[in-house]
Write a protein that binds this ligand. Sequence first.
Ligand code: UDP
Length: 405
Amino acid sequence: MRIAMISEHASPLAVLGGEDAGGQNTHVAELSAALAAAGHDVRVYTRQDAVDLPVTVRSPDGYAVVHVPAGPAEPLAKDALLPYMAQFGEWLTDRWRGGDWVPEVIHAHFWMSGLAGLAAGRRVGVPVVQTYHALGAVKRRHQGVQDTSPARRVSYERELGRSVDRVVAQCSDEVGELVRLGVPRSRVTVIPSGVNLGTFAPLGPAAEVHPGRHRVLTVGRLVERKGFQTVIRAMALVPDAECVVVGGPPVGLLESDPYARRLRALAGSCGVADRVRLVGAVPREEMGRWYRSADVLVAAPWYEPFGLTPLEAMACGVPVIGTAVGGIKDTVVEGVTGDLVPARDPQALGTAIRRLLDDRIRRFAYATEALERARRRYSWAATAERLVGVYTEVAAVHRPHRVVA
Ligand code: UDP
């Protein structure tokens, strides 16, 4: 199939760990690679955020990345992109109307990509599949006034869910949120993200460890909702272990990063500064080294639309302690592949980490089951195949040819 992925702010080619570069980038890159490997013709459309970017770049993984001129050709926060989505949609329309490559299906990632994709899809008569990755209502609930999303995000998301041909939810928790938002259940199909079982595997090089010290690893964009503060506070209850935080700006810029400084100050005030290490952004291909070096992966977000890092750790045979939120409730099986604790509760988290680090047999059992579960249920090839099923269904519906909106 000819498949157009739209990922307005999250390029599959970006360096990860920064404020707006994380799971969606990985998801779009891995999904596009899996679809290309299965013989599909995939183009990813993302906003041009630097002047010197060529319009089209071929990824070594077999798909094309097209840089769409929409707004200034410079990095912008994703919450500032809405005004440029009409331009994004018009550019796609012109390209597909005038060119020799017209997609058979559009798969939009994040709500703003959905707006651009739907505008273009309607005009050229191509169906649209929507994955939200995150929902405005959930963000608002947890972040309150700190949420910098455009004011009308939730109503746009509702309209989008009612207008696109299919919504793909990534976990059962998201289905409930979508129905509460007003998206008909019949339009929603649950297909979880996958994990790259080649990159993330138990055998392979591992980052150096301190002899005699357990390693607690936590990974993510350095933003407050990822719960790093809870992890650092919990470390006070876990003697003889170090905590490694992967993510944020490159290591050389950590010193000037306000959130990294806050985390360091917090570690100081909790008396664990000598056992908390921030390593900054790590390239995706090196992430396996860090997971393999860990005794446990802790994912302590306040909320989590899917959560790739627990799954990546599981695929490396590492047990996970996660907060019982969003997609983590589906990936981590409590008492089998890891433990679940309430969000924002350092006491519960610290107790769970300590209990697991003190129990070698339990760790080994969790690790084995985690690996088995990741391999059995979360390969990208299987995820891509299920999505192609959805693409085929929506593309088979007869729609007016090239409707002009
Ligand atoms: N990641 C990375 N390098 C870093 C930090 C994160 O490659 O320094 C990757 C991580 O391996 C995962 C993604 O970024 O693939 C984060 O995805 P997740 O779903 O956990 O969080 P999100 O960014 O979607 O909130």
